[in-house]
Design a protein around this ligand. Structure first.
Ligand SMILES: [Zn+2]
Length: 108
């Protein structure tokens, strides 16, 4: 596994664009604010997943259903980085609540 962590300096209410295609993956102007592009592998918060591709889920140690069933013990960042996906980018952004983050996974 190999990942690159990018810590975004954004507010919880800011849009977030894909660095490859500039599509707004988080777009608060849309009713459905989660707008994954073709580079998006997952969109997750510390408390659970908002989006994940089958391809990425298959590289994780646990299934999303397992993780959601045990979300009281969930360490999202540890689960994401335990993936065997060969190369990916994690964009980390602050959710505005103490210690909570959103993680957007992208192909490298
Ligand atoms: Zn993209």
């Amino acid at each position: 596994m190999s990942y690159q962590l990018i810590e975004l300096d954004v507010q919880a209410t800011d849009n977030i664009a894909c660095p490859h295609c500039q599509q707004l993956i988080i777009n608060w102007q849309e009713e459905q604010y989660i707008q994954p592009c073709e580079h998006t592998l997952f969109i997750a918060m510390d408390i659970g997943f908002e989006y994940i591709t089958d391809e990425f889920e298959q590289t994780m140690q646990h299934t999303v259903d397992d993780l959601h069933a045990n979300d009281d013990q969930l360490n999202m960042f540890a689960e994401l980085t335990a993936s065997s996906y060969p190369e990916f980018i994690i964009m980390k952004s602050d959710l505005g609540a103490a210690g909570y983050f959103r993680y957007i996974g992208l192909t490298a």
